[in-house]
Design a protein around this ligand. Structure first.
Ligand SMILES: [Zn+2]
Length: 257
């Protein structure tokens, strides 16, 4: 299934009983969309590329600024003023040239075609984009893995409300009427790179898990039976604590009721 080069590159992954050669082949055949090429999008795209997720689209219309470099680890001072999605794509292709990695220099909006992706990875830093990603993922029955990080805290959740009607969507736990005006971005309140990197690492772990689940791969294995869907993972850097809390469907949710 895998060629000589792939067997060597991914040797440390496919040696594990949770992955093996078949799991690696699934990753290589998969296609993900990364929304946002900032503090979360950088490490998420890098880890997806390193793990060998075969097709990765990176959507962001922003340009690189000096104040991004405390956390956006694919960029350097030579990249200031250049497109984030293009430079992140270049970095990832340099790491793993055999993958199909595309940059989409556009703002993600409700007209974005998401039907061809296996998984949507929300790495955006604003709640409006998160609502749009949630709505499109729900309508198109896509798995959405949504990450957030601000100051010394991070969050991660997997949403599959379009596939399973009992599971909540993003808006079930963050209703628009309560959260729409609470939008804060990193420029206003701050962020440190290790927090975004940690949340991104967890996001890519869940991406690998959900790709295996979608492909009915190793259905009996603990790695694939433990989906994060129906839970919210909270990281608190001040207390150095990760908590997993159960989240429920809001029966009057505007998106998934
Ligand atoms: Zn909902």
């Amino acid at each position: 299934m895998l060629n000589e080069n792939e067997l060597e590159r991914y040797a440390n992954q496919l040696i594990m009983p949770e992955i093996e050669e078949e799991g690696q082949s699934i990753l290589l055949k998969s296609k993900v969309l990364i929304i946002g090429a900032g503090g979360l999008g950088n490490p998420t795209a890098i880890f997806c590329s390193a793990a060998g997720i075969g097709c990765i689209d990176i959507c962001d219309d922003d340009n690189i600024e000096l104040s991004n470099l405390n956390r956006q680890i694919a960029f350097s001072v030579n990249n200031l003023g250049l497109s984030k999605s293009i430079k992140l794509k270049d970095y990832c292709l340099n790491l793993n040239p055999d993958l199909k990695i595309n940059s989409i220099v556009n703002r993600f909006d409700n007209k974005f075609p998401i039907s061809t992706y296996d998984i949507i990875l929300d790495c955006s830093d604003n709640i409006e984009t998160k609502y749009t990603a949630n709505l499109l993922a729900h309508k198109n029955r896509k798995t959405l893995i949504s990450a957030s990080a601000i100051q010394l805290e991070g969050q991660l959740a997997t949403f599959k409300s379009g596939k399973f009607k009992d599971l909540p969507c993003y808006e079930c736990i963050f209703p628009k009427d309560q959260y729409q005006n609470t939008n804060m971005n990193c420029r206003e309140v701050g962020i440190i790179g290790p927090v975004t990197n940690l949340i991104s690492s967890l996001q890519v772990t869940e991406t690998i898990r959900e790709l295996f689940i979608q492909n009915s791969f190793k259905k009996e294995n603990l790695f694939t039976t433990n989906t994060l869907a129906g839970n919210l993972l909270l990281y608190d850097c001040i207390k150095q604590d990760i908590t997993k809390i159960k989240i429920k469907k809001n029966l009057s949710c505007n998106v998934c009721k």
